[in-house]
Write a protein that binds this ligand. Structure first.
Ligand SMILES: [Zn+2]
Length: 225
């Protein structure tokens, strides 16, 4: 038994060391992608600020949401990570406990208002849900990503960027080191480091997949900016 214990200790020690070396040599980042089918969807009750451009009518658009996130639960199949179509990300309280106890950084949560539940799901047994808001900052993507400003309006601040045809390469000089973060060009894409990916996978949190950020390609059928 003594030998076995020593062996285990050695193994875990090596593994941690190996992980540290790996992390310092090559940082790999992933996009956290919430899978369909949907578990939640926007309901009535949401409102956004309106942005009106003084020179170009085509720049009118919705700005920041000014209400709490109002949603319907649309499936009895619970997903720890889910997204509405816009896309706001919603996590279960179970997922929050996992992320918090692993001391992951770069996010906060906000309460959500649930309006409707699917048939057969009782309001009292439904999981507690939170809006998942990423606060980690990756700055702008590294120049090697070749994402360029396509259009910028000085009057209303509208900025459009070109598609990522060469994946998203994180600029480690501007990345703040958070476990969850976004880059300025594509703020709806949640990026994570290896630590966050491992925690989520090892805890079997459902509803998301990971794609290495440098291997991301513009989705087929979606018009490029
Ligand atoms: Zn404008």
């Amino acid at each position: 038994m003594g030998t076995q214990m020593r062996r285990n200790w050695k193994f875990s020690n090596n593994w941690q060391e190996c992980e540290r070396t790996l992390e310092s040599r090559m940082a790999t980042f992933y996009r956290l992608d919430c899978k369909t089918p949907r578990f939640v969807e926007l309901s009535e009750g949401n409102d956004w600020e309106g942005i009106v451009c003084p020179i170009n009518e085509g720049h009118q658009r919705a700005g920041c949401r000014i209400t709490q996130l109002h949603i319907d639960i649309v499936s009895r199949r619970i997903a720890d990570f889910s997204t509405t179509i816009l896309p706001y990300v919603v996590i279960t309280d179970h997922a929050l406990q996992v992320l918090t106890s692993a001391k992951l950084t770069g996010f906060r949560v906000e309460p959500v208002v649930v309006h409707n539940y699917p048939k057969g799901m009782d309001q009292n047994t439904a999981p507690k849900l939170w809006e998942f808001v990423v606060t980690g900052d990756g700055g702008f993507a590294a120049a090697a990503s070749e994402i360029k400003v396509k259009e910028h309006c000085n009057y209303c601040g509208l900025t459009r960027y070109t598609a990522y045809d060469h994946g998203i390469k994180v600029d480690e000089n501007t990345y703040d080191g958070s476990d969850f973060f976004i880059i300025k060009e594509y703020p709806t894409h949640i990026l994570v480091n290896m630590k966050a990916k491992s925690v989520i996978e090892c805890s079997n949190l459902s509803g998301c997949t990971f794609i290495e950020s440098t291997k991301l390609r513009w989705p087929e059928g979606v018009v490029k900016p």
